[in-house]
Design a protein around this ligand. Structure first.
Ligand code: ZN
Length: 474
C-alpha cells in the first residue's frame, strides 16, 4: 500500500507525493516559549518527530523546521490583548527575553529527553523580523493588507479561499465574532500582521512606526518561506492551530507568493488528562519533570503517547502511564527473546520456523504506518510477534530477521524500545557464574543466596533447559 496521510485541507486521506523526488519539506508549528511545555504540547511535537522518522524509513530526506515563537503570540490567540511572553514577564517581574531564552532551553532538553530527533533548524521569530516585514510590505503593495495608524491588517475578503482549511466562511466569522472589533478594521476577521505598542519591550522599528512587533501568523509564514521556500510538502500543528493560525498563514503566504503554500496540513488532537482538559486549577498540567518525579522515564511517556492514533482522542492518567510502561517493557522483552532465539536458544524445531509469522508482522507494521501513521496498529503487530516468540515458534533465521526489523525499522520510528543488548557489570556477571558453579556442586543454599542478592539489585534470573537467562526487574 502507498504512503497516505489525512489532509485537513481536503478532509481526505491522500497518497503522499513530495514536490521534489525523495525530499520532504516539513514545517512544524513549535512552542510559544512563555511557560514550560506540558505533556499535551508534546503530543503534537512527538507526532512531528514520528512523521519525520517514518518518512525517513520510507526513503525520504526530511528537511524539518520547527519554529520557536518568542514574541507576538497574544493571549487567547486573539488579535488584541497582551503578548503571552510579555504578560508572563510582568507576572514574574522579569525581562521577557530572559523568560523566552530560559523556556527555549528547557524545551530543547525536554525534546531530547523524549527522544525526538533534532530538526534541521529551530528558527526564532525574533530573529526573522526583516523576513516578516518583507512579506508585510509585499502584501500591502499588492493590496491584500492595509495600514491603520501604525498597525497593518490582512484583509480576508481579498482572499476568497479564506476559511477553506477550517470550514469557516468569512460571513460566518463576521456574525460569530466574539472579540470586540476595532472600528478601523474593514472586516471583523481581518487579522494583524504588524502591531504597534509603545509599552511593548520586544519591539522593532519599521516603515509603519517606531514600536512595532509582528503578528503570530506572519511569523510562521515568513520562517517557513525563509528555511523551506515558497512551497512546502507538509505543515503540522495541534488541532487548535487550524483556526485562526493556519488559516491565516495560508492566506498570507499564498497572496504573497501567488502559489499554493503547503500540500498537506496535518493536525494532532488534544491530549486529555484524567478524562478532560488539563488545567492549572486541577493541578494536572504535567511536565516531563512530573513524569520523572513519579518514577517514570521519558521513554515511557513517549510510548504512552504513541499508543494512540494522532487523530483520535487520547487520555492520560497515571495508571495508563504505568500500563504503557509495562507494555513497553514487553517490547524490550521481545528484543531479548529474538536475540536468544537468533542464538539458537529457542525451542523451535528448525532455523526457518516462523519466517512467515515474522514476515506478516513486518508487513502489518509497515501497512499500519503507511496508513496515516497508525501507531497503535503498528505496535499491535509487534505484540503479536512477541506472542510467537513466547511460544518459541521462531527459529534462528526468523528471529534474526525479526530482530533486524525491530532495530532498523520499528524502533527507528517508535524510538523508545530497548533493543540493544545490555552489558552486565563484571560484578553481576561473576555472581551469575558463581551461582552456576554452586548449582553444579548442588549447593542450592548458596545458589539461592546469590539469586536473591541479584534480585535485590533488580536482576531476575530464569533457569531454562538451554541455560540461565536474566532480565531487569520491571
Ligand atoms: Zn505556527
Amino acid at each position: 500500500m502507498a504512503l497516505a496521510f489525512y489532509n485537513t485541507l481536503t478532509g481526505k486521506k491522500e497518497t503522499f507525493e513530495s514536490l521534489e523526488p525523495r525530499v520532504v519539506r516539513m514545517y512544524n508549528c513549535g512552542p510559544t516559549v512563555y511557560n514550560r511545555a506540558h505533556i499535551g504540547n508534546f503530543r503534537a511535537y512527538l507526532f512531528a518527530d514520528t512523521l519525520r522518522r517514518w518518512l525517513e524509513c520510507s526513503g525520504f530526506e526530511v528537511r524539518q523546521v520547527m519554529n520557536i515563537t518568542d514574541v507576538g503570540h497574544l493571549l487567547d490567540d486573539a488579535d488584541d490583548g497582551e503578548d503571552k511572553i510579555e504578560a508572563q514577564a510582568k507576572r514574574e517581574k522579569r525581562d521577557p527575553w530572559e523568560i523566552s531564552r530560559g523556556h527555549t532551553e528547557t524545551f530543547m532538553k525536554d525534546l531530547a529527553a523524549l527522544g525526538c530527533e533534532p530538526a534541521f533548524v529551530y528558527p526564532k521569530a525574533s530573529e526573522h523580523i526583516p523576513e516578516m516585514l518583507e512579506m508585510i510590505d509585499g502584501l500591502v503593495a499588492k493590496g491584500f493588507a492595509y495600514q491603520v495608524g501604525e498597525d497593518v491588517y490582512f484583509e480576508v475578503k481579498k482572499f476568497p479561499r479564506y476559511g477553506r482549511l477550517s470550514g469557516n466562511t468569512v460571513d460566518s466569522l463576521a456574525a460569530g465574532s466574539r472579540i470586540e472589533v476595532r472600528e478601523e478594521k474593514r472586516h471583523p476577521a481581518d487579522f494583524a500582521l504588524w502591531k504597534s505598542d509603545a509599552h511593548h519591550i520586544m519591539k522593532w522599528e519599521s516603515r509603519y512606526g517606531q514600536h512595532g512587533f509582528p503578528g503570530w501568523h506572519i511569523e510562521c509564514s515568513a520562517m517557513a518561506r525563509k528555511h523551506l521556500g515558497d512551497k512546502i510538502d507538509i505543515h503540522t500543528g495541534g488541532e487548535d492551530n487550524i483556526f485562526p493560525h493556519h488559516e491565516s498563514e495560508i492566506a498570507q503566504s499564498e497572496c504573497f507568493t501567488g502559489q499554493p503554500f503547503a500540500t498537506f496540513w496535518m493536525h494532532t488532537k488534544f491530549l486529555q488528562v484524567d478524562g478532560g482538559k488539563m488545567s492549572k486549577s486541577l493541578g494536572n498540567v504535567y511536565s516531563i519533570d512530573d513524569i520523572r518525579a513519579k518514577g517514570f522515564e521519558p521513554r515511557h511517556l513517549r510510548f504512552c503517547l504513541l499508543r494512540g492514533h494522532y487523530r483520535q482522542p487520547l487520555n492520560f492518567t497515571w495508571p495508563i502511564l504505568a500500563e504503557s510502561k509495562a507494555a513497553l517493557e514487553n517490547l524490550d522483552d521481545l528484543a531479548a527473546r529474538l536475540r536468544r532465539a537468533q542464538g539458537g536458544q529457542g525451542a523451535a524445531a528448525s532455523a526457518d520456523d516462523g519466517l512467515e509469522e515474522v514476515a506478516d508482522a513486518m508487513d502489518e507494521f509497515r501497512a499500519a504506518m503507511d496508513d496515516d501513521l497508525n501507531t497503535p496498529r503498528a505496535i499491535a503487530a509487534l505484540m503479536k510477534l512477541r506472542t510467537h516468540a513466547i511460544e518459541e515458534r521462531l527459529g534462528s533465521m526468523a528471529a534474526a530477521q525479526g530482530l533486524k526489523f525491530l532495530e532498523n525499522t520499528a524502533n527507528k520510528v517508535l524510538g523508545c524500545i530497548r533493543v540493544a543488548e545490555e552489558t552486565l557489570d563484571d560484578e553481576i556477571e561473576s555472581a551469575i557464574a558463581a551461582r552456576q558453579d554452586a548449582r553444579k556442586r548442588r549447593d542450592f543454599k548458596e545458589s539461592d543466596r546469590i539469586r536473591d542478592e541479584l534480585l535485590a539489585q533488580g536482576i531476575v534470573l530464569e533457569d531454562t533447559p538451554k541455560g540461565v537467562i536474566w532480565k531487569r526487574k520491571s
